[in-house]
Design a protein around this ligand. Structure first.
Ligand SMILES: Cc1cc2nc3c(=O)[nH]c(=O)nc-3n(C[C@H](O)[C@H](O)[C@H](O)COP(=O)(O)O)c2cc1C
Length: 337
């Protein structure tokens, strides 16, 4: 938990994020926040005025606070406030002892201290949620000023590695939470899915209720710009709302029948990208690909567009009713789209 230098005590501008730490000694540890994170943004502001930044590390808190901390919220929305929205009540906060910050009252263990404006140390190499070891990089060092805990604290941890790991499962849950955020800006979005096998954010699929030509492209450019986290999404596929975007077979059917590579690809170069993405040409700078797999309407096309096959509902119901008598009860019913 951090705040920018202007605010003396915790206010709506505090940032909460989940970041890896490496213990260096009894009272020193590295905090590893990537450049686009809220914690790194605050640290830059403290560095600019030459002061060490107060920080509170919380190990274990109520689930709403932890979810809010990992959710890619807009930079202007406080995670603690959002955790209150999730829980339906204001978060219960308690003051720290040695830094001017407030922490969730349910915290299990709290480590207080200051992140140096100048000192860095080589971090890693550790395995990451991408399924690779990170390269060793310099990150800022924190000096610990106090450690407090509940009487019998629970040490809260996680397991991470190549998906499916625990964070990618959390990512699936988070999908449900940020769709309403996207819809505030883009009400045409009916669903958005970050497949866990794509490291939780590198590939996204969005379904829209399309109304006008070029709408899928507008959404791509909007999504890539809307939240810092989406700048890490290097492949974005937009489909119509009749496609179940959580089913790759349905998504690939839409891509193969509703998109054409000479018209429906959007490519960008030299955009911000995860520095962990070693496939990008430069560290922190890479490309984006958008595939518009929506139904094309004039003037996107002047050709007659296909009408999806559909079975007569009465026939479907009749076959469903016969399924057991056909000796097929042990087999899954066919999926009809
Ligand atoms: C288990 C776990 C470990 C994470 N480790 C890091 C990390 O070491 N560094 C980092 O920058 N983000 C890490 N993240 C992702 C951030 O917590 C997440 O992007 C969050 O939204 C950042 O919040 P912020 O943008 O407000 O800083 C991790 C997430 C999880 C679930």
């Amino acid at each position: 938990i951090t705040v920018p230098p202007e605010s003396a005590t915790a206010d709506q501008e505090e940032n909460v994020g989940v970041y890896r730490m490496q213990v260096l000694g009894r009272d020193r540890a590295i905090i590893r926040w990537l450049a686009h994170r809220g914690g790194a943004r605050h640290h830059q502001q403290w560095k600019a005025i030459g002061r060490d930044m107060p920080v509170a590390i919380v190990i274990g808190a109520d689930p709403a606070t932890i979810l809010a901390a990992v959710l890619p919220l807009p930079e202007t929305l406080s995670e603690l406030r959002f955790s209150g929205i999730l829980r339906g009540e204001r978060p219960d906060l308690a003051p720290c002892l040695t830094v001017p910050l407030a922490i969730p009252a349910e915290a299990e263990i709290v480590i207080e201290g200051f992140v140096s404006a100048t000192e860095t140390a080589p971090e890693g190499p550790y395995g990451d949620h991408t399924g690779y070891y990170n390269s060793v990089e310099q990150f800022p060092v924190m000096r610990v000023t106090a450690i407090t805990s509940r009487r019998q604290p629970i040490y809260f941890s996680t397991f991470t590695g190549r998906p499916p790991d625990e964070p990618s499962r959390i990512g699936e849950a988070l999908n449900q939470l940020f769709v309403p955020l996207i819809r505030q800006q883009f009400p045409e979005v009916t669903d958005c899915w970050l497949p866990p096998e794509a490291c939780s954010y590198r590939i996204a699929i969005a379904a829209i209720k399309k109304r006008y030509p070029g709408q899928a492209r507008r959404l791509m450019l909007g999504l890539w710009s809307m939240l810092p986290q989406f700048s890490y999404t290097k492949l974005l596929i937009v489909v119509d709302d009749d496609i179940d975007i959580r089913d790759w077979r349905a998504v690939m059917w839409a891509v193969s029948t509703r998109s054409d590579s000479s018209r429906d690809l959007v490519t960008l170069t030299d955009t911000p990208i995860d520095y962990l993405d070693f496939a990008s040409p430069k560290s922190g700078l890479g490309g984006k690909l958008g595939i518009d797999a929506t139904t094309k309407i004039p003037p996107e096309t002047d050709r007659e567009w296909g009408v999806p096959l559909a079975m007569d509902p009465a026939v479907v119901a009749r076959v469903d009713a016969m399924w057991a008598t056909l000796g097929l009860s042990g087999m899954p019913a066919p999926v009809l789209t």
